[in-house]
Write a protein that binds this ligand. Structure first.
Ligand code: ADP
Ligand code: MG
Length: 289
């Protein structure tokens, strides 16, 4: 292979906002057979907004304020949405102590009033906290494409918060381009099955939902049996998945962790940058071989 052709491709990519860490990453991109995408922050804007607060035991504002207290230390986009909503309502957010996050599940902290957990309804159901009527509310909201979190205090479910995110404007077209390049595209998400199905349906993409972090890694390993896999993420708790793929691609607005772990980065937030990377790599390989 000619180092000059590779250097020129890397430089040409960089001018278009496609950062590739080196010749090996460039070459792998040309051989990938599947591209896996994280949902939140990658195929969507990653700025979910609170659209419904459902009071279950106590008031709406109480549930939202307590949820915000627990999320104050969280870097998760759902946490930011809850904090914004509490602020928009002018709520006094109580102090919280000793917060801890369980990736893909939720966060817990101690408030003066007791231990409060904000997390997936599935976790709440596993702890026996979700009544039949609460489960029905969750199902309705989720089938509208919303992500719902359960707010519980001790052994009581006190409320539900539903959030909605926006698709990136070029996501559907970018996925279609990858398919036209002969690649399998798949969305991997920790989000609930109903919302994931609604979003995947709009995008016309294959998907797997309710994946805990380890299950995302297993899904990437499984795709890897058919050939090299690219994983595209924004680095908010998907750094392990970026590292596990044959080639990890970080979206531009992503975290420093993502940029460190990834083999390539898209400086613009265009999903179609992934197809640009593959096309650039294939063109370079065909000039070399
Ligand atoms: P994604 O794959 O869309 O990035 P995550 O794996 O980050 O999703 O999270 C999966 C689910 O875990 C969320 O939909 C939510 O139910 C729950 N969860 C994770 N982190 C938090 C948090 N900070 N606050 C509330 N819920 C959370
Ligand atoms: Mg994520």
């Amino acid at each position: 292979s000619t180092p000059a052709a590779i250097a020129s491709a890397l430089a040409g990519g960089a001018r278009r906002g496609l950062l590739i860490k080196g010749g090996a990453a460039l070459e792998t991109l040309g051989h990938v057979t599947a591209v896996a995408f994280d949902k939140t922050g990658t195929l969507t804007e990653g700025r979910p907004r609170v659209v419904d607060v459902v009071a279950i035991d106590g008031g709406e504002d109480e549930a939202l304020a307590k949820a915000a207290a627990v999320e104050r230390g969280s870097s998760h986009p759902l946490g930011a949405a809850i904090l914004d909503a509490a602020q928009a309502r002018g709520l006094a957010v109580p102090n919280a102590f000793g917060g801890s996050a369980a990736p893909g599940k939720g966060v817990t902290a101690r408030l003066m009033s007791g231990f409060v957990t904000v997390g997936s309804p599935r976790q709440a159901a596993e702890k026996g906290l979700l009544s039949a009527s609460a489960a029905e509310r969750v199902a309705t909201l989720e089938s509208e494409g919303k992500t719902v979190v359960a707010v519980s205090e001790g052994e009581r479910l006190i409320g539900l918060v539903a959030m909605q995110d926006t698709l990136r404007p070029d996501a559907a077209a970018a996925l279609a381009r990858l398919k036209a390049l002969g690649l399998r595209a798949i969305m991997l998400t920790g989000d609930n099955a109903r919302a994931a199905a609604a979003i995947a349906g709009e995008l016309g993409v294959e998907h797997r939902a309710e994946l805990l972090p380890d299950a995302k890694l297993a899904a990437i390993a499984e795709l890897g049996r058919d050939g090299p896999v690219a994983m595209v993420g924004d680095g908010v708790n998907d750094a392990p998945a970026l590292a596990a793929a044959s080639v990890g691609v970080a979206m531009g607005g992503g975290t420093d962790v993502a940029l460190e772990t990834a083999d390539a980065a898209l400086l613009s937030n265009r999903v179609s940058g992934v197809a640009d990377l593959v096309t650039l790599s294939r063109a370079t390989l065909s000039n070399i071989h």
